[in-house]
Design a binder for this molecule. Structure first.
Ligand SMILES: NC(=O)c1ccc[n+]([C@@H]2O[C@H](COP(=O)([O-])OP(=O)(O)OC[C@H]3O[C@@H](n4cnc5c(N)ncnc54)[C@H](OP(=O)(O)O)[C@@H]3O)[C@@H](O)[C@H]2O)c1
Length: 267
């Protein structure tokens, strides 16, 4: 089933829009690329690995955006191939830290989590936002996480701290860019059913010597449960992002939208 079949999509809504989505070959990023492409946008996406055979976005840049050089490559390709940018969705992110809590988090792991989950967005914005300012319009979404408010301690302390910094950065950026015609918002997902979240389940099971079902339940317990009874699907996250970067959300700015099935238990 395609994204377009799941929700009704106006296939002209983003016609003429030039969009960068980082990390768009898997998970939520892949769904965001599909959703915005289905609505008529020219979408350029990135990943470290070569483009999987099953995917065929016309615009793809292979680069590691956790490095300064990688972001410079991506920004240069965006300008070269799209001729400018109207919308940026910073979807890239994730954690590869092992279980074991704070003690297992080496300095290198902290650096890696901050580079991927915070600095990739900071650097790409610094490179591309001046073009948006020149044109006097644009929309940016930073994909954070509910862990910025509800951090888990078993393996994702550094990831949660990096996402907290990303959300704070996004809010500060919105204050600067709002008067210049550029909207900036944050989306904070809870658990999304992706290959990355399943890989985390496997890592935690391996670390604790248990099975995957026990590890999955451990995450649910640590989160305090998910009231709707399931993680979100990537296409549900994509739908929220598509709304936020569209003109339908023209007065929504400097906000954070949580999509977690009710996981955060407080107001
Ligand atoms: N999954 C969840 O439960 C969950 C929950 C809350 C928030 N989030 C956030 O939602 C966003 C998407 O997560 P996801 O789980 O859908 O991601 P995912 O399935 O792991 O996909 C990550 C994408 O980013 C690319 N990527 C990873 N590292 C990269 C790098 N250094 N440079 C360039 N590309 C890179 C991957 O391709 P390559 O591997 O080929 O590079 C892939 O296309 C992230 O910001 C994540 O933190 C996810």
């Amino acid at each position: 089933m395609t994204i377009a079949q799941k929700f009704t999509v106006d296939d002209r809504e983003f016609a003429g829009k030039r969009i960068l989505v980082t990390g768009g070959t898997k998970g939520a990023g892949e769904a965001i690329v599909a959703r915005l492409s289905a609505a008529g946008a020219a979408v350029l996406t990135t990943a470290r690995s070569a483009l999987p055979d099953a995917l065929s976005p016309k615009l793809f840049v292979q680069a590691d955006v956790s490095t300064l050089a990688g972001t410079e490559t991506v920004a240069a390709e965006v300008m070269e191939r799209l001729g400018g940018v109207d919308i940026i969705v910073h979807s890239v992110g994730g954690s590869k830290s092992p279980g074991g809590g704070f003690a297992g988090l080496t300095d290198q792991l902290w650096q890696d989590e901050l580079s991927l989950n915070l600095l990739a967005a900071v650097r790409l914005d610094r490179l591309l936002v001046p073009h948006m300012i020149e044109q006097g319009s644009g929309a940016i979404v930073h994909i954070s996480s509910i862990q910025r408010r509800l951090p888990l301690h078993e393996s994702t302390i550094a990831y949660a701290a990096a996402k907290a910094a990303l959300s704070t950065y996004s809010k500060a950026l919105s204050k600067d860019l709002g008067p210049k015609g550029i909207r900036v918002n944050t989306v904070a997902p809870g658990w999304i059913h992706t290959s990355a979240s399943e890989a985390m389940v496997k890592r935690l099971a391996a670390h604790s010597g248990s099975d995957e079902e026990t590890a999955r339940q451990g995450i649910m317990d640590a989160l305090g449960g998910i009231p709707i009874g399931r993680p979100a699907w990537p296409h549900e996250v994509a739908e929220l992002v598509a709304f936020l970067v569209s003109d339908r959300a023209s007065a929504i700015h400097g906000a954070e939208y949580v999509i977690d099935g009710g996981t955060i238990p407080i107001v």
